[in-house]
Design a protein around this ligand. Sequence first.
Ligand code: ADP
Ligand code: MG
Length: 700
Amino acid sequence: MIDIFNTSIEYIKGVGPAKANIIRSDLQIYTFADLMTYYPFRYVDRRIINTVSEINDNSQEVQLKGFITALSTVGVGRSMRLEANFCDSTGSISLVWFKGIKWIKTKLKPKTEYIIYGKPSLFMGGFNITHPEIETVSEYNEAVKLRFHPVYHTTEKMKNCGLHSNGIAKIMGNLFDKASSDIVENIPKMILEKYKLISRKEALFKIHFPKNENDIKESRRRLKFEELFFLQLSIVASKYNKQEHTKGFIFNKIGPLFNTFYHNNIHFELTNAQKRVVKEINTDFKKGRQMNRLLQGDVGSGKTLVSLMSMIIAIENGFQAAMMAPTEILANQHYKTISKLLEGLPIKVEILTGTTKPKEKARIISALRSGEINLIIGTHILIEDYVEFQNIGLVVIDEQHRFGVAQRASMWKKNNPPPHILVMTATPIPRTLAMTVYGDLDYSVIDELPPGRKPIKTIYLPQSDRIKLIYFLKKQIAAGRQIYMVFPLIYESPKLELRDLMDGFERVSREFPMPEYQISIVHGQQKPEVQEYEMNRFINHETQILVATTVIEVGVDVPNATVMLIENAERFGLSQLHQLRGRVGRGGEQSYCILTTGDKVSNEGRSRLSTMLKSNDGFVIAESDLKLRGPGDINGTRQSGILDFKIADIAQDGAILQAAREEAFDLIEKDSTLQTEANRVARVFMQCQTYGKNIWSNIS
Ligand code: ADP
Ligand code: MG
């Protein structure tokens, strides 16, 4: 079957080879289908005519009606331009062309009334419009029959060859003349009816050429659904295939090891959420399929313990378990916590990191091969090929956003069938993102904090209150508490980062002089041994203050620390701020997170800080971050393109996404290869698409 939508755009009337080249290079639009799904980003109501007198500094595109009263070419060579004086009944404005001068000159006639459209800019004290779109009133009268005109993103290069927004609209019209009768439906009828979605043909036409607001609304809803539905369909299909085809180890024994741990080694009651998640994981272990599960939970919700219990189950069933952490500091911290939690149990735990001494490293590697070690905690080094296991059954990846895709995937190869995989996030990510970026993983959430925690008080403090701040900190220290002071990390320049930190450190040393006060300092430029030494001084309460960069962002657990002071807080991302805040509030004492800023704070920075002041809930913060910043770059997703939507917006379209995902599950469960007549439309469409090619979480 020849698909007309795969035809190259140069065969659309009004395009041709030269324009096609520019469209291809500037917009990456190659085919009829690409162009048809190049949606307008807004609409102008063509009935609204502005006046020259209305124009001000904040004016966006305006539409004016009037006459050209003067026309002249000024300047020579490169700066040559055509200037026109354009008047309506309220005043005049100049129009300027740098390109296509000859053509414009022949087109413009005196005493003819024109409608012009463009964005005014301030130039030498007056307003002008460069390269306005221009049409005669009779052309306008024809055009205004369609009240809303689509506005498309375009580029300078495109405008220079007549492809300003209206130019695109014109070729879009030609494309529809040629191809609209070939547009076929791709969503099964039952789903269309259930959600009252308009047909594909209608939606595609109406999104470009709406007659009224309802057309815009209904076409957008339909096309968003379509986009999310097909993405989910490919994610769900791949999840289904993987589940069908990847065998996994069965751990069906829960015996003395687990029970002793549960009854003797933990001195608190698990939260209901923790119990539920342990059950979910345990159910997976009995299925005979490889588990791929994402565990979400707010900072301090007790993910480590849940993962440890899963590892104990693996060990009890005769397998080894591994826990991988993104930093040396965190691996050390886990090693300490876990060794302590396992005291008295016959489980051999070791740690392997980049700084493990060669002799020790050789011993550990051989003990992993022989099976002598039951539980290994480590950093990226665990991925290396020379780290082999006798029989690994479960890999836990903590703070998994710090690991690349390939790195995680390589843990699959450590046994056959592959070990079960449990990935944990540092801070929550919004549900909509999780459904997409981790959509083929099973999902567990700990949505409850252990009881008895006092909510952390978050305070914003201007620099002018520094003296008050120091007084407060000294009082905390006098009461036996400890303090973190964090300085921003500047990714582009480790040197600058260090300077900020060192300046800060000097100031803090003056404010908190020895010998009364002892200060640790930790940053990314230190050797890991030094980092560990400085960390340990703080953990062992030999120092009261820890000055650090965000290397302490994840995992560090010092319950006696009650103050997290974040300097230049406006320079941190929201989830980072929340993660840092999670370092305190881990003991029984009231804890504080104090945010300070420089003099200049952007609006976005301000919104981040106010979000922090408003909420302590990581799930709320993650949603707000998504709305403020967009999805960002979770795990190299930007590169994969999985979040490059043409029309859907993951921050706004949660409800549509949820529905699309449910329908996708339903379809795949009933008809995994979409063979039924009703589902044929979706299958045919999927086969013509590239959806799913880049879904990297397939391999995690
Ligand atoms: P995170 O989810 O951020 O990784 P952790 O696993 O580090 O959180 O747990 C935070 C702290 O809470 C640890 O000190 C841990 O021992 C403690 N904790 C975990 N579960 C419970 C519980 N059910 N009751 C009381 N304290 C708990
Ligand atoms: Mg943790």
